[in-house]
Design a protein around this ligand. Structure first.
Ligand SMILES: Nc1ncnc2c1ncn2[C@@H]1O[C@H](COP(=O)(O)OP(=O)(O)OP(=O)(O)O)[C@@H](O)[C@H]1O
Length: 335
């Protein structure tokens, strides 16, 4: 996939070039507020007359694409119509009536159908907008913070079902401030800042790389085999070599598959072998690098077999615990 977009929004200039393998599915876009993410999507959707758009994604040409559907905070609903009427209007217009029920169920809109759109909460509105977008038969679906008002469990469920529903027929670009949404669904991640694409690659690689904390939170991705799942407790066990950790269960995960879990550097507490830390998980690691972040904090890189982790530790704790590069340490964190 090659995508070249330049556009103006007021005094803001966007010039974004992104290249990823053509057969890859979803592209995630991350970046700080004001980076140009919405400007990029609006240009792709054809809403910015000043924009120049070029490139293609497989057989989809960005400059000539039809059925480009953008879902954003500005996406309007018909205020005088109920949710059911809003949805069925789009379904009828696009001759997608037979898909209406499955889309309503995918977006968990069943209990909203009789409501007036003015009475919907932020997350409910987003679900209705998404349902309408899916019934517009998109070839390119642009999602601009379309899950931001939903709780984590709900957005994970909907994203999981959405990915399965759209398959490989629909290309998706997902803008999100929640990097976990991108990690869960996107094959590639582009970091945008100042109207430019700073880096593009596999989300787990970019999140594990030397972090640019302006665009990505300092964290690492554990990619490990699922040993067991406990749906009642909402937990799953992952194996890292001979060590097991327990983390929150993700939709669609089963024993024998692999799962990606992001661990924020702030979630990890370091402990020496004999220290007491009350956390669910305790991974034996080795300290491989220590860097000063500011006058109070160290960024500590850890290895656990082939897995790399990163922790943020106050200088006081680091010194008091007598931690040293090359030395053993436990990385402790909750599920
Ligand atoms: N219609 C407009 N007129 C003037 N300036 C605009 C317009 N639209 C966007 N901008 C400016 O362009 C810049 C990028 O805005 P954009 O909405 O693309 O950022 P973003 O990355 O989506 O931010 P956020 O995460 O806060 O939604 C901002 O500085 C914004 O003020």
């Amino acid at each position: 996939m090659e995508c070249h977009v330049s556009a103006k929004a007021g005094n803001f200039a966007l010039d974004v070039n992104i290249q990823v393998p053509a057969h890859d599915g979803w592209l995630g876009i991350a970046g700080p507020s004001g980076a140009g993410k919405s400007t990029f999507l609006q240009a792709l959707a054809g809403f910015n007359p000043s924009a120049s758009v070029a490139g293609n994604w497989g057989d989809l040409s960005f400059s000539q694409a039809r059925n480009v559907v953008l879902v954003s905070a500005q996406t309007p609903l018909f205020p005088a119509l109920s949710v059911a009427q809003n949805i069925s209007l789009v379904a009828t217009h696009n001759q997608c009536e037979q898909e209406q029920q499955s889309v309503v169920s995918l977006c968990e809109c069943e209990t909203l159908l009789t409501k007036n759109t003015a009475s919907l909460s932020g997350g409910e509105l987003q679900r209705v907008k998404l349902a309408r977008a899916l019934l517009a038969s998109p070839k390119l679906l642009l999602l601009d913070e379309s899950f931001s008002a939903m709780d984590k469990a709900l957005r994970q469920r909907i994203l999981y079902r959405l990915k399965a529903y759209l398959g490989e027929q629909v290309r998706v670009i997902l803008v999100s401030h929640d990097v976990d949404d991108i990690l869960q669904t996107c094959e590639n991640l582009a970091q945008i800042n100042g109207g430019q694409c700073l880096a593009v690659g596999r989300p787990e690689a970019l999140i594990n790389a030397e972090a640019d904390t302006d665009t990505l939170p300092l964290s690492c991705v554990i990619y490990a085999a699922v040993q067991a799942v406990d749906p009642a407790a909402g937990l799953m066990a992952l194996s890292l070599g001979k060590q097991l950790i327990q983390v929150k269960l993700q939709p669609g995960v089963s024993p024998g598959t692999k799962a990606k879990v992001r661990l924020s550097a702030k979630e990890i507490t370091l402990a020496t072998a004999d220290a007491e830390v009350v956390k669910t998980n305790r991974l034996a690691c080795q300290i491989i690098q220590v860097e000063t972040v500011n006058h109070r904090q160290y960024r500590v890189a850890l290895s656990c077999g082939e897995q790399k982790l990163v922790a943020l530790v106050s200088q006081e704790v680091f010194t008091r615990s007598d931690l040293k590069v090359g030395g053993p340490v436990y990385a402790c964190f909750d599920e």
